[in-house]
Design a protein. Structure first.
Length: 63
């Protein structure tokens, strides 16, 4: 079952990464990196900073 979900998860991560790069540039990728690193390292501070940064970028009005 895990072998079936791995390609789908990889595709989803790459899609999100490309969207953030297109829409939000380097700050979006940095926030995503902080979030992922924080989750993998089980560091709540790092993941919270990444999540808040992404939320702020996504929730701001488009110019």
């Amino acid at each position: 079952m895990n072998k079936l979900l791995a390609p789908a998860a990889d595709t989803l991560v790459l899609t999100v990464e490309q969207f953030l790069r297109w829409r939000y540039g380097v700050p979006g990728l940095a926030a995503l990196a902080l979030l992922v690193i924080g989750i993998k390292a089980r560091n709540q501070t790092c993941s919270a900073i990444g999540a808040v940064a992404l939320a702020l970028m996504i929730s701001r009005p488009a110019l």
